[in-house]
Design a protein around this ligand. Structure first.
Ligand code: NAP
Length: 304
């Protein structure tokens, strides 16, 4: 039985991924800021500030997946919050680099990254060879994040896969959970003029891509993880409305109000990125969900 160590495995993606890996016969262990060895997935401790981790976790692991990082949209982007968002990702990669060099190298290292690297690009088609965006904290933090993953790969020569995660559809957290809430009282909003393109992915497809990256030795480098059918924010809002199956009042949330409420962090909901899934499909990944209405219905019905 192969063992997979997941850093940040207690989060939205990690939770579902841990379950799906276990169903496939893998043993899953976590690397966490909070040790809990009695849990379903034993959690070994790491401390990014001190630059330490429990070596036992790495010694047990055949593969390592890194999903750790302070939530991008959890709190207003103050200077210290921005530093934490960057450090919690870069320091994790630095720590793995150091431990791979001194303790043990896994068969592969699969790290999350984000499509935020493309910045705000309107209707432009974006693939893995597209240049990063021009400005904005989202883009800057994603560039630094990927630089730290690349540094690990260069220093350790471990097979490294960088998964640029799209907007994950789940009813348990992330963007959709927040968008669904008002529909419970039969209203919903799109953001600004609703034209921003949302490159979404069903939670089981993002997990499926991480699993493929572990299992497929030919995968290496950067892959976008988004469904083949990105939608405008307005279209996604109407898809959610249709999936909820009730008549709903849909109104725009004006850009100025979002900026007032969220500050610079409003970039998270207003940024447009039409991201291509061609590369991961060519690598052989078959999406379970390409239709947003079916994807939303599925996560709501199954409480995924
Ligand atoms: N969900 C999305 O739509 C989406 C989109 C693009 C990119 N991503 C990226 O994909 C990764 C996983 O996403 P997710 O939605 O599963 O994230 P999540 O639910 O926020 O979970 C991330 C995990 O990171 C750890 N963590 C939190 N704050 C930390 C800190 N300050 N320092 C170190 N570790 C910290 C936590 O694990 P412990 O408490 O066990 O330490 C947490 O469970 C993240 O890096 C995220 O940025 C997600």
């Amino acid at each position: 039985m192969k063992t997979i160590l997941i850093a940040g495995g207690t989060g939205l993606i990690g939770n579902r991924l841990s379950y799906l890996l276990t169903q496939k016969g893998y043993q899953v262990i976590h690397l966490s800021r909070t040790e809990n060895l009695d849990a379903t997935y034993p959690a070994y401790h790491w401390d990014l500030e001190k630059g330490t981790m429990d070596e036992t976790a790495l010694l047990k692991a055949d593969y390592v997946i890194n999903l750790a990082g302070a939530g991008i949209a959890d709190k207003r982007w103050t200077i210290s919050r921005k530093k934490l968002i960057i450090d919690s990702r870069a320091k994790g990669n630095e720590l793995f680099q150091n431990y791979f060099q001194t303790v043990k190298k896994p068969k592969a290292y699969v790290s999350s990254a984000a499509i935020g690297i493309y910045g705000d690009r309107g209707q432009e088609e974006l693939d893995e060879l597209s240049a990063p965006g021009k400005d904005g904290f989202l883009m800057e933090s994603c560039v630094l994040w990927e630089q730290s993953i690349k540094a690990l790969e260069d220093a350790t020569h471990v097979r490294t896969v960088i998964i640029r995660v799209g907007i994950v559809l789940s009813s348990q957290g992330g963007a959709l959970e927040k968008m669904i809430l008002p529909f419970k009282v039969r209203t919903g909003s799109y953001f600004g003029d609703g034209s921003a393109i949302y490159s979404w992915i069903h939670i089981d497809d993002i997990c499926g891509i991480f699993i493929k990256a572990v299992e497929d030795d030919s995968m290496k480098g950067i892959y976008n993880a988004v469904s083949p059918n990105p939608l405008s924010n307005k279209e996604l809002t109407y898809a959610i409305s249709e999936a909820m199956g009730t008549p709903n009042l849909i109104v725009p949330a004006p850009t100025f109000a979002l900026r007032l409420a969220m500050g610079e962090m409003a970039d998270v909901v207003l940024t447009s990125a039409k991201v291509s899934s061609n590369k991961i499909e060519k690598a052989g990944y078959e999406f379970k969900f390409t239709d947003a209405v079916k994807a939303v219905k599925d996560v709501v019905e199954k409480e995924l």
